[in-house]
Write a protein that binds this ligand. Structure first.
Ligand code: UGY
Ligand code: MN
Length: 243
C-alpha cells in the first residue's frame, strides 16, 4: 500500500467566510494560554476574528489549572472532572464566574471544558452559580417538541449573554432561517446535520465549532438516527448600541 505523510491532500471541511466560519477538529491547534498550568487551549473565536467574546476548549491534565481572567467566565465540562473552588463538576456541569471574582479551576482527572469569556456590559455584576445541564427543564422551541432548548444561564436581564443547549430529534430542524443582530459561538456536542450559514450549506458533526457574526443567515437540520445536540452562546439582554 502506498504510504503518504500528507494530510488529506490539504482538504478539510474547515472554512472561513466574512460572516461565519466552521472549525473542524482536524484543524484544531493547541497552545497554552498565559497562566495555564498543565493545560492547553484550542481557541475557537475571539476579538481576533471580530467576535465580542472569546470561546475556547481547555484540555487539562490531572492537576492542571486554568489561567485567571479579568472577564466574566462561563464554563461547561465536556469530559472528566474539575474543581471550581469548592464545587466538584463533571460532564454536563457548568459554572458562571462574574467579572472581578476569582475561582480557581483545577482538573481532578484529565478533563476537557469549553469556556466563554467576555467583558461584562451590564450594570450590576450577577452572582456566580453552578449547575447541571440534565437538571435544567427543557422547553420546546417555537412549540416544536422535537427541538428542545435548555437555558444554562438564568433568564434574568442582569446577564448580558445566554448559553443554551439545543437538542434535535432525528429530522428536526430550526423552524425558520434566522437573521439576527446577536452573534453565536456554537459547539456541536453530539450527532450531525446540515448547517446553512450565509449562502453555504455545511455537513457538521460532533466536535465541530461554528462562529456566526451578527446577521449571518442560519438554519440547521439534524440528520441520522440519534439525537443531535449543540451548545450555543449568544449576546443577550443588550441594546444593539452596546458593543
Ligand atoms: O437562539 C438562537 O438564536 C438559535 N435558535 N440559533 C441557532 O440555533 N442558530
Ligand atoms: Mn440564532
Amino acid at each position: 500500500m502506498l504510504k503518504t505523510d500528507v494530510h488529506n491532500l490539504g482538504h478539510t471541511r474547515s472554512c472561513l467566510r466574512a460572516d461565519h466560519f466552521l472549525q473542524t477538529p482536524d484543524t484544531f491547534v493547541r497552545a497554552p494560554l498565559p497562566g495555564m498550568k498543565a493545560a492547553s487551549a484550542i481557541v475557537h473565536t475571539g476579538p481576533a476574528n471580530g467576535a465580542r467574546f472569546t470561546e475556547y476548549t481547555a484540555e487539562m491534565q490531572p492537576g492542571g489549572r486554568l489561567a485567571p481572567t479579568h472577564l466574566q467566565r462561563f464554563l461547561y465540562v465536556l469530559d472528566g472532572n474539575i474543581a471550581a473552588d469548592e464545587d466538584a463538576l463533571g460532564p454536563g456541569d457548568f459554572a458562571y464566574v462574574p467579572q472581578g471574582m476569582t475561582k480557581e479551576v483545577t482538573a481532578t482527572t484529565a478533563a476537557r471544558l469549553v469556556l466563554i469569556e467576555k467583558q461584562f456590559s451590564g450594570r450590576a455584576s450577577p452572582k456566580s452559580f453552578v449547575g447541571c445541564e440534565a437538571q435544567i427543564t427543557s422547553q420546546p422551541l417555537m412549540g416544536d417538541a422535537a427541538l428542545r432548548v435548555r437555558s444554562l444561564v438564568p433568564n434574568d436581564p442582569e446577564f448580558d449573554f445566554a448559553v443554551n443547549t439545543m437538542t434535535f430529534d432525528p429530522g428536526a430542524t430550526l423552524s425558520q432561517v434566522e437573521m439576527h443582530v446577536m452573534e453565536h459561538g456554537l459547539l456541536m456536542l453530539q450527532g450531525q446535520g446540515i448547517y446553512r450559514l450565509g449562502d453555504c450549506w455545511y455537513p457538521v458533526a460532533a466536535g465541530d465549532f461554528i462562529y456566526m457574526a451578527p446577521f449571518c443567515l442560519q438554519w440547521f437540520g439534524a440528520l441520522g438516527k440519534s439525537q443531535t445536540k449543540y451548545l450555543i452562546y449568544k449576546d443577550w439582554n443588550r441594546h444593539p448600541d452596546v458593543r
